[in-house]
Ligand binder design. Structure first.
Ligand code: GSH
Length: 217
């Protein structure tokens, strides 16, 4: 059964796609354009009642929330493809810790920045300079903690690539390649090296080659 993944062009879905490629799971994609509000259509809401992407269908099994989907496939196919959850319970704990750090510390400010700088103009909303400034300041402090962490280990959870790293790829891509804020990564030696490494993974390169986000304006 091929996994059906909705909304491949946008950030949260790209986490899922990288995970599926690393786990060697076959998938197909269904386009959902959030800049046109397609994620709020009655048909889509039957699959994802909160009206956001992604959602997956695996036979008659439906699952939403990008990080839950990644955890599900990394566990389901534990002995297939790249191990993304760590080899010991202690490594697993650190993967979970950094996944939560991504969701609760990193994602809110970078999500606000992406909305303000990339998506508000598309839907005719004037960006809010105060929110941009505050979000950038919050993200700076988060990245300072990452810089310290990455000075001690190659990847976030340790010296192995994991879901925690994958989870950061899509919004770092927005930050570096779409928001004009590459300096936030480049100015931090260890964050920069880590970004260079994880964004060179063939799974990520494949995802951006197949599903590159192209701004409509
Ligand atoms: N916690 C959700 C967040 C998903 C999310 O925010 N998706 C964004 C795209 S990256 C979206 O669908 N935005 C459209 C909207 O909010 O209407 C997940 O990780 O799956």
């Amino acid at each position: 059964m091929v996994v059906k993944v909705y909304g491949p062009v946008f950030a949260a879905t790209k986490r899922v796609l990288v995970c599926l490629i690393e786990k060697e799971v076959e998938f197909e994609t269904v386009h959902v354009d959030i800049t046109k509000g397609e994620q709020k259509s009655p048909e889509y809401l039957k699959l994802q009642p909160f009206g956001v992407i992604p959602v997956i269908q695996d036979g008659d099994y439906t699952l939403y929330e990008s990080r839950a989907i990644m955890r599900y496939y990394a566990e389901k196919y534990k002995s297939q493809g790249v191990e993304l959850l760590g080899k010991t319970i202690e490594e697993r704990g650190l993967v979970e810790q950094w996944l939560d750090v991504e969701a609760t510390n990193f994602d809110p400010p970078i999500y606000n920045l992406a909305n303000q700088l990339m998506f508000s103009p598309i839907v005719g909303i004037t960006p809010n300079p105060k929110l941009i400034e505050e979000s950038e300041a919050k993200l700076e402090s988060v990245l300072n903690i990452y810089e310290e962490r990455l000075s001690k280990s190659k990847y976030l959870a340790g010296d192995f690539f994991s879901l925690a790293d994958i989870s950061h790829l899509p919004f770092l891509d927005y930050l570096v390649n779409y928001m004009g804020k590459e300096y936030m990564v480049k100015d931090r030696k260890h964050v920069s090296g880590w970004w260079g490494d994880i964004s060179s993974k063939p799974s990520w390169k494949k995802v951006i080659q197949l599903y590159k986000y192209k701004p409509p304006i």
